[in-house]
Design a protein around this ligand. Structure first.
Ligand SMILES: Cc1cc2nc3c(=O)[nH]c(=O)nc-3n(C[C@H](O)[C@H](O)[C@H](O)COP(=O)(O)OP(=O)(O)OC[C@H]3O[C@@H](n4cnc5c(N)ncnc54)[C@H](O)[C@@H]3O)c2cc1C
Length: 286
């Protein structure tokens, strides 16, 4: 289908984009890579009067080292994030998740900030961002604020970004030397996961000293598997050492039931995928 008619603006600075947002209010929509917004417009699920394209704002693109964090500009394409050496070294969990995100074409158009702002519960970037304790930098008419990942994801397709605000960058605290793996279960290749697990572990000898685990599609927002993380600490990085902790993966989750599987199936998947993800992150198998 063809989208309803809209006006189009392509500002070159965040300030211009914010001014346009302020002027058009809830009649305006931000366009990033368009990989989620354009299908929505074409299906006429949304018909904004004004589309504000962030594509010409070069300050929103790129990856930089900022001391204790790697900073990813909101308009940085998935393909750039996925091949960035800083991300691979200090936030490997994100690189691993991007490898599994959609297909090559979508990874070249879709953006890191766009995917996180879209907040699809089946999106692949929320769980790694949550697990790593990402900080979201949001700019609005009143200035810039930083929101922790636990507060950024509010509900299904809803984030802490206000209608008059723009996500400008995401700060990923460095997890240098941690093992990481994203285990995604799909029915069809290059699609959103039925369930996925993002796991990062820091080993001391063969023992898990710290663990961070995030779950995709186990609720309306990405979920942090705190019970698993706590149970993993002090365990050997072996199938036997990880099994009991992984069995707690569904605790506190509220997975959906749909054509791909019911909630019980997803709870079961979460435990199996968590075991695999943690063991692979730890460099073990099982
Ligand atoms: C066929 C297909 C398969 C896909 N498979 C997967 C998959 O397996 N895993 C996965 O995670 N994703 C998948 N995606 C989605 C993909 O990751 C998109 O890139 C992503 O969801 C949206 O990013 P975008 O840059 O295209 O944003 P857009 O589509 O341009 O925008 C998405 C939403 O976010 C808002 N927005 C964007 N940027 C900002 C910002 N900086 N500040 C405030 N609001 C903003 C927009 O207004 C819009 O509401 C798939 C998409 C398609 C079409």
């Amino acid at each position: 289908m063809i989208p309803a008619q809209f006006d189009y603006l392509a500002p070159t600075t965040v300030e211009e984009a914010l001014a346009a947002l302020a002027q058009h209010g809830d009649e305006a929509k931000i366009l990033a890579g368009g990989q989620s917004l354009l299908p929505v417009l074409r299906m006429r699920l949304n018909a904004p009067e004004m589309v504000i394209d962030l594509g010409k704002i070069t300050s929103l693109r790129g990856v930089r080292d900022d001391g204790d964090a790697i900073v990813v500009g909101a308009m940085t394409q998935h393909s750039v994030v996925g091949s960035d050496p800083l991300v691979a070294e200090h936030a490997a969990l994100v690189s691993k998740a991007v490898e599994h995100l959609a297909d090559v074409q979508i990874r070249h158009r879709g953006t890191f900030g766009g995917a996180l702002a879209h907040a699809d519960p089946a999106g692949d970037l929320g769980a790694p961002a949550l697990a790593l304790g990402a900080q979201f930098v949001i700019q609005g008419p009143g200035g810039t604020r930083t929101v922790p990942a636990e507060e950024f994801f509010v509900d299904l397709f809803e984030t802490a970004i206000g209608e008059d605000e723009i996500l400008t960058e995401v700060r990923l605290p460095k997890h240098t030397g941690w093992g990481a793996h994203y285990e995604k279960f799909v029915r069809v290749a290059h699609q959103w996961p039925i369930v996925a697990v993002a796991a990062a572990v820091r080993l001391e000898g063969g023992t898990i000293a710290e663990a961070r685990v995030g779950l995709t599609n186990m609720g309306n927002t990405p979920v942090r598997a705190h019970a698993v993380e706590q149970a993993l600490v002090g365990q050997p990085a072996t199938p036997d050492g990880v099994r009991d902790a992984a069995a707690r993966a569904a605790e506190g989750t509220n997975p959906p039931s749909d054509l791909n599987g019911d909630a019980d199936y997803r709870r079961h998947l979460a435990t199996v995928l968590t075991r695999r993800a943690v063991l692979t992150a730890a460099g073990a198998t099982g």
